[in-house]
Design a protein around this ligand. Structure first.
Ligand code: LLP
Length: 423
């Protein structure tokens, strides 16, 4: 069920009219639907029915504390990749035993921080990291539970910048070295091996790479058990894709993904952990922007809007498609015409879409980017001294600003002058 729908020609999120939020908050802004976040969590939970499982939301997708609280209240744990994410998860009320720590470059300071605060497991990505963690945990008198992330060398068939499971990628330990790495892990003090971790990429729209990767993980789990390791947790990462272009995309459903897990790994009777980010948050959010000008160029029209690549970088960075829809539905009979939809930033890359068929729009009209709830606000910057844009959460007929737009003064006051300059 879609919670972003037109009612009497006006786009709503649940029971809130988008134009009302725009009038109250100003544009541009991100807006998230509680009901959609909850539904996506439930869909995953049900997809793994019958398997002992836990869902660790990959909070890199959207780390607003109100979003984290919404999901934690449903029973979600968090997958974190930095000391900052760990601190945010804890601030949202998530306990350490519901947090897993992923990432290829965990620092000693981060290891100390999470061991002191409590952590369910480290997903270790290399032998040097494993040795460092052993030193830190031993020094602190702690036992760090670990999985080793293996690199199964499969082609995830997704955008090159977000594929992680090929041997040429920086992630994980090659399958061929895994048994040796586990042997070393078992010999090190301060560590307890609990399972295996794998994550092959993001925005996967085909289940076959998962089937290949999980089959290799199952073989490894059996070999490791024979070697005497107590393999009882399998962290399968995230990555299941979402439809960005509603008219012609139908990626696999979580229930089908759950079936692949059952078929490839079910017999091992391990606890299954998954780390979805995009599928939970992506289609739970929109970016709302206002048209500044419609400019007639030579041979093409440009719709210049007040959101820029600093607010939503995905089109510039991954050639990503986002559906862009008018907040007030076009009157019947008005023909769509192609326009280039661009932001105000001084770069040609600040282009959201070329020759997109759009209904007639004029200065002051509002548009909404769909599927902007994941990797939207979290990847924003203040390039061109444009303050980070606000985030709004909707629940039923209520909305609240869950991150305010900084004032220019707040933005400026973060810079400080060195002593040798006159203030
Ligand atoms: N687990 C690990 C270890 C990850 O590296 C990631 C994503 C996830 C889970 C969650 O993947 P998801 O379910 O969200 O696909 N900025 C890019 C996506 C980068 C994904 C990085 N890792 C984008 O905008 O498409």
């Amino acid at each position: 069920m879609d919670h972003f729908i037109y009612k009497n020609g006006a786009l709503h999120a649940e029971d809130v009219a988008i134009s009302e939020v725009a009038a109250a908050v100003g544009t541009p802004f991100y807006l998230y639907s509680t009901a959609t976040l909850q539904r996506h969590f439930t869909v995953f939970d049900e997809a793994l029915d019958g398997l002992e499982h836990k869902i660790f939301y990959a909070m890199k997708a959207n780390d607003n504390i109100a979003v984290l609280r919404t999901l934690a209240a449903m029973g979600a744990g968090m997958d974190v990749v930095s000391g900052g994410e760990y601190a945010k998860a804890r601030a949202a009320g998530v306990s350490g035993d519901m947090i897993v720590f992923s990432g290829v470059g965990k620092t000693e300071a981060e290891m100390r921080q999470v061991l002191a605060g409590g952590i369910r497991q480290f997903n270790v990505e290399s032998e040097p990291e494993m040795r460092q963690l052993s030193r830190v945990a031993t020094d602190m008198g702690k036992i760090a539970k670990i999985t080793l992330r293996v690199n199964p060398d499969v082609d995830a068939k997704t955008h090159a910048k977000i594929a992680t499971g090929k041997s040429e990628n920086k992630f994980g330990i090659p399958m061929s070295q895994a048994r040796e790495a586990y042997r070393e892990a078992a010999s090190l003090s301060g560590l307890e091996v609990v399972g295996i971790d794998v994550h092959i990429g993001s925005q996967l729209t085909d289940l076959e790479p998962y089937r290949q990767a999980f089959t290799k993980v199952a073989e490894l789990a059996e070999a490791l058990r024979e070697d005497g390791h107590n393999i009882h947790r399998l962290d399968l990462g995230g990555g299941l894709g979402i439809p960005y272009e509603r008219s012609n995309e139908a990626p696999p459903l979580p229930v089908e993904y759950g079936q692949v897990i059952r078929e490839t790994l079910g017999h091992l009777e391990c606890e299954i952990e998954i780390e979805p980010g995009r599928l939970i948050a992506g289609n739970a959010g929109i970016l709302v922007s206002q048209v500044i000008y419609l400019k007639h160029g030579e041979g093409r029209d440009f719709l210049i809007i007040d959101a820029g690549m600093n607010d939503l970088i995905r089109p510039a960075m991954y050639e990503a498609h986002h559906d862009i829809i008018p907040v007030i539905e076009a009157a019947p009979g008005l023909e769509p015409a192609p326009v280039d939809i661009v932001g105000p930033i001084c770069e040609t890359g600040d282009t959201f879409s070329k020759q997109r068929a759009m209904p007639p729009l004029k200065s002051g009209d509002l548009v909404a980017f769909r599927s902007a709830g994941a990797y939207g606000a979290v990847m924003a910057s203040e390039y061109n001294a444009r303050p980070l844009i606000p985030e709004v959460l909707v629940q039923g007929d209520q909305f609240a600003v869950v991150r305010a737009r900084p004032t220019y003064e707040e933005m400026i006051s973060r810079d400080t002058l060195p002593s040798w300059m006159e203030s």
